[in-house]
Ligand binder design. Structure first.
Ligand SMILES: Nc1nc2c(ncn2[C@@H]2O[C@H](COP(=O)(O)OP(=O)(O)O)[C@@H](O)[C@H]2O)c(=O)[nH]1
Ligand SMILES: [Mg+2]
Ligand SMILES: [Zn+2]
Length: 274
């Protein structure tokens, strides 16, 4: 039988086969022995509830450990913790690299002054204009519509409001909010528990969040992740322009003109100069 893993706790896996859940073990003779089954995996199970095969993955995340992710909800706090555009741009590069569609959700807009709100609207509009889906966390109906038929992961800093948003979307969830961070939480066995929740016709994973992110990929991929630069690179003098030291660079001109958000360009420079 073939099904999808929707939950793991240590070495046991809940596999959903046509709406029926089977509790399975990962042991047995796995065809791909080096690969550990993950939540999101499409797997073959035998009559003894053992996973015997893992079907090829579209992608494979480590934190949280989920395979075949379609969408990442980047949950970005506007206040407490304060808006961190470097983190947002970094996450956008990271998910593009993993071929995951990002959906940006800003939280805690209620804590902003009216002046700060105006500034945020400008930023929101910019990210929308360059092609991203961007919502505020009170736009529940719009957010819910994005779930259907997809596997999604909620990610973002600890304290950004991930669990709070999921609880608002489905008040029966009762997810813990204000959880202490991942690293402090090791003793509680939460790291081995990953689960997909069925919400509004799709599968969603909450994650405990992180305090920092790094970009392990090559500079070329970082550049690809800055999606609006693509629109201008044809006009750069060199085909492989890095948009840094080159004299005749259209991306730099657009930054000067204000068409490209300055913080995006500055973050790009920081990401490639590690
Ligand atoms: N004012 C305000 N507080 C929020 C909002 N969303 C979450 N919080 C608070 O932020 C804290 C962390 O939220 P939580 O959902 O646990 O964050 P998580 O670590 O990303 O899951 C909690 O005290 C929430 O009540 C929001 O939109 N506005
Ligand atoms: Mg949480
Ligand atoms: Zn250039």
């Amino acid at each position: 039988m073939q099904g999808k893993i929707i939950k793991t706790v240590s070495n046991s896996y809940t596999v959903l086969v046509q709406k029926k859940a089977y509790l399975c073990e990962g042991r047995g003779k796995l065809k791909y022995e080096k690969r550990r089954p993950r939540v999101g995996d499409n797997v073959v199970i035998d009559e003894n509830n053992r996973i015997t095969d893992i079907l090829p993955r579209k992608n494979d995340l480590i934190r949280p450990a989920i395979a075949n992710v379609d969408q990442a909800y980047l949950i970005i706090s506007l206040k407490h913790p304060n808006l961190d555009l470097n983190l947002l741009d970094k996450l956008l590069v990271l998910v593009a690299y993993h071929k995951i569609e990002p959906i940006i959700v800003f939280t805690k807009g209620d804590l902003l002054s009216s002046l700060e709100k105006k500034e945020i609207i400008k930023i929101k509009t910019y990210y929308q204009k360059i092609g991203y889906q961007v919502y505020l966390n009170d736009e529940l109906d719009k957010i819910k519509k994005t779930f259907k038929g997809k596997i999604g992961v909620f990610t973002g800093q600890t304290g950004a409001g991930k669990s709070t948003l999921l609880n608002r979307i489905d008040p029966t969830l009762h997810l813990d909010t204000n959880e202490i961070s991942y690293s402090l939480n090791r003793g509680k066995n939460t790291t081995t528990h990953v689960e997909l929740l069925y919400l509004c016709g799709g599968w969603i994973a909450d994650s405990p969040g992180f305090s920092s992110v790094c970009l392990p990929m090559a500079k070329e991929h970082i550049k690809d992740g800055m999606i609006e630069f693509e629109n201008y690179k044809e006009k750069c003098e060199y085909r492989d322009c890095t948009h840094t030291h080159e004299q005749d660079c259209e991306v730099k001109r657009q930054v000067e003109k204000g068409t490209i958000l300055k913080s995006r360009y500055e973050n790009y420079r920081k990401f490639i100069s590690r």
